[in-house]
Design a protein around this ligand. Structure first.
Ligand SMILES: [Zn+2]
Length: 168
């Protein structure tokens, strides 16, 4: 919700709203509560936009690196509580969770790395393979890193590259 949309809904001028926001004018208690609602709505808007953007990235990475083999519509959850961990995969729930404090300071390329890492866990889970931090997972991640600098090709083509029947 924008400032002007908010002003329109309250039936007040946009100038008043901006004066409240800058602290130039003090709103009434009712208006203060309305302001808090506005801030919450904006926060929700922002969160939704971030989640949408991450989902787009996920799709792109799925095509580029997983030959679109990562199934299911993964839900992106943003967590305020995650401080030490950047991200976590919960493939049983089809969830990839990301730390908000991490997202706030990360760069796009690094975010892709993190997403690929979590997607790899999910991919291996879907293929009923060991999906923890095995040596093979680490090797696959290294391979993916190389692909960024070279021509990207998918690591996970059927009957190509990785042998799906090989156990970890
Ligand atoms: Zn991991």
């Amino acid at each position: 919700m924008t400032q002007s949309e908010f002003a329109q809904q309250l039936g007040i001028s946009k100038l008043t709203v901006s004066q409240w926001e800058t602290g130039y004018r003090k709103p009434s208690s009712l208006a203060s509560r309305a302001m808090m609602m506005l801030k919450e709505l904006r926060g929700e808007d922002k969160t939704r936009k971030i989640v949408e953007e991450i989902k787009k990235r996920l799709d792109k990475l799925n095509t580029t690196y997983f030959n679109s083999q990562l199934e299911g519509n993964y839900q992106i959850q943003l967590s305020r509580r995650m401080r030490r961990t950047k991200a976590a995969a919960l493939p049983e729930k089809k969830v990839i969770r990301l730390s908000i404090s991490y997202l706030e300071k990360t760069k796009d390329k690094e975010l892709d790395e993190i997403l690929k890492h979590e997607m790899l866990h999910c991919y291996l889970y879907e293929k009923h393979r060991s999906w923890g931090h095995t040596k093979e997972v680490r090797n696959l991640l290294k391979q993916m890193e190389k692909e960024i600098n070279n021509e990207p090709r998918t690591l996970f083509r059927e009957n190509q590259g990785l042998n799906p029947s090989r156990r970890l």
